[in-house]
Each structure stands twice: as structure tokens, then as C-alpha cells.
Design a protein around this ligand. Structure first.
Ligand code: NI
Ligand code: MN
Length: 227
């Protein structure tokens, strides 16, 4: 069976695995690139990497409308419950769990995680998902770190890495990350949503092509990749 991954702009993805709809960092309202709205998007699970507004996004409203289970770090799950979202599954860095859609492990990410209302959001995370015999690493917001090599040792079929600079890795460090992780394919994310993170993903893809063995995939918002 294949995994279908659709980019909703910024760091937001929809994954379809079997019959399950899994939303990642559902920042749709206020995201000019989002091809779907919060009141129509399908969700059985919502994965949230950290507390910032451009990642928590519409999670509360979508979870309340759909009953989707929210999966995030312990602190964000507590905050979601305080917002009236009852179906949560807290995890934390280094910990994995066999969900019906696959085995999800939270990884480190070097970033912040304060929630929009100022609440403590714990530590930011990346997502490492094993499903249908494939491994997907969604780095979310992070700077470059050397132990991306350890994540790469698991054998990554697809990585999504931020290239926007300013808040996360920029193109140069994201290229170094590809060299550490050695994924089969890589998708650039977290660029062009705001003025301070304007980048040319195609120029970055050319560098990936020239300097690494990874296949760069530049998605348009709403476009999908299957693996
Ligand atoms: Ni952030
Ligand atoms: Mn962000």
C-alpha cells in the first residue's frame, strides 16, 4: 500500500495511510498557500510538532469538529485538553508508539515551543513515522544538528526539511542536513509563507541534485507525493 503525502504549504501536510487521514501541523487559517480550509479538511489524527501558532494552527477547531486524535508532546496535549480537546495522545522525545496508522517517534528539534496564549509548550519535536514499510522524517522547525545523522541511520525514504532561514535552517544548512540524513527523497518546507522566509526552492533542489544522492521534490501547495 502507498502513503500519499499532500503539502498544504508551510509545514502542514496531510498523509493518507490506508483509510486514515493524518494532518500534520494544520496551519490553514492565515496560511495563504493552504489549498483547503479548516472547516472542510478531513482528519482522523492531528500531529503537532510544537506550540507556535503556525504549527498548532487550526488544530483545536479541527479536532473538535472531527473528533480526530491529537498527538503531540505531553505539554501541548495538556494544553489541548484545557482548550476542550479530549482525544489526545501525549508522547515525548525519543519515545515511539504503534498507532493504527504506523509507528510514530518524536525526535529532537532545536527551536522554541511556546503556545499562542503564552502557555508552556514543552520542547519542540520532529516526527519520525514508520508506516507501510517506509520511513518518513518530518523535521518541522529546527536548526541544523549533528545527530540528524542518527535519524538518517534508520534509513529515511522521505524527509521534509525547512529551508526558510530566519526561524529555522536556511538553504545552506538544509543542504548539510540532507548530507547527514541521506534520505532517498527530500521535500523543502517552511519557506515563502512570510517575507522573512522567502527562498527559491527550485534553486535549492538543484543543489540537492548536484551535491547529494537524494531526490529533491518541490511540491506546489495542494500537490501530493506517493511513496
Ligand atoms: Ni516554530
Ligand atoms: Mn514555524
Amino acid at each position: 500500500m502507498t502513503i500519499k503525502l499532500t503539502w498544504y504549504g508551510h509545514a502542514a501536510f496531510a498523509l493518507t495511510i490506508g483509510g486514515a487521514h493524518i494532518l500534520v501541523d494544520p496551519f490553514l487559517t492565515g496560511n495563504d498557500f493552504a489549498p483547503v480550509s479548516a472547516d472542510e479538511v478531513k482528519a482522523n489524527y492531528i500531529l503537532i510538532t510544537h506550540g507556535h501558532g503556525d504549527h498548532v494552527g487550526d488544530a483545536v477547531a479541527i479536532a473538535k469538529r472531527t473528533g480526530a486524535q491529537c498527538i503531540s508532546n505531553f505539554e501541548i496535549c495538556n494544553w489541548l485538553q484545557a482548550q476542550g480537546v479530549s482525544n489526545v495522545h501525549p508522547q515525548h522525545i525519543g519515545g515511539g508508539f504503534n498507532h493504527p496508522f504506523g509507528y510514530l517517534k518524536l525526535t529532537i528539534a532545536h527551536h522554541g515551543s511556546g503556545l499562542p496564549d503564552g502557555s508552556y509548550g514543552g520542547n519542540p519535536c520532529g516526527l519520525l513515522l514508520t508506516a507501510e514499510g517506509k520511513k518518513i522524517y518530518l523535521a518541522a522547525d529546527t536548526g541544523l544538528f549533528g545527530s540528524m545523522r542518527l535519524i538518517g541511520e534508520e534509513g529515511i525514504d522521505l524527509a521534509a526539511l525547512p529551508i526558510g532561514d530566519n526561524f529555522t535552517m536556511g538553504p545552506d544548512d538544509a543542504l548539510r542536513a540532507v548530507k547527514l540524513i541521506e534520505p532517498a527523497a527530500v521535500i523543502p518546507i517552511h519557506y515563502n509563507t512570510f517575507e522573512v522566509i522567502e527562498q527559491d526552492p527550485h534553486a535549492w533542489a538543484k543543489r540537492v541534485q548536484a551535491e547529494t544522492s537524494a531526490k529533491p521534490i518541490v511540491l506546489e501547495p495542494g500537490e501530493s507525493y506517493e511513496l
